[in-house]
Write a protein of this length. Sequence first.
Length: 244
Amino acid sequence: MAKLFIPYIMATKNFIHHAKLLSDNGADIIEIGVPFSDPVADGPIIMEAGQQAIKEGVTINYIFEKLEQHKKEITAKYVLMTYYNIICNYGEAAFMKKCQQAGVYGLIIPDLPFELTEQLRQHYSDLNIKIISLVAMTTDKERMSNIINKAEGFIYTVTMNAITGSDGKFHPKLKQKIKNIKEQAKVPVVAGFGIKTVEHVKDIIDVADGVVIGSEIVKRFEEQSQQEIINYLNDIANVLNTNN
């Protein structure tokens, strides 16, 4: 199985340009963050990017509009990372239909419990939009088994009990947790939160089916030249391809 490279970007005014750059430089799936005023899972880098996007006037309608206009130019699959409040305010049915029209592969909804995630999945199964499951280090064995059995697209394993971009080490039981998940999973099991460097990727990829890199990507788009970003993306992609 090929190792998945899943970079994250915030949906700023430039997000289509960023998505194309990622798509052209090794991304398999792009996670697009929908800016939200109270993002419970986001660290300071992503939170600041989200606040800036809100100031720029980026709304969910803007995101849908731009994705619909440019979806044929983005060769990688893309998922939206959003909070349920945005979906609820938009209207579930209308939101899911817009996702389909915009070519959205799946949704990551970190504040929606498994039981409600399952309801959403069942109500809109005909639209074929993947509802991505998250498994935390604190998830108990029975609940984890239920999540895995219903998982689609890929399973997002959170590497530590922290917010995104944290500078801590991976949870000491992470690798065993991923191995346990993979024994039961029918979809790829990827790791995310705190992954920044080639060394981080090398460390986790012997057990994980791929990596999500968020805060580091957002930071580099803010601070680096396009060529520097491409070099970084290629370095990560080369590690993942080498470990297929």
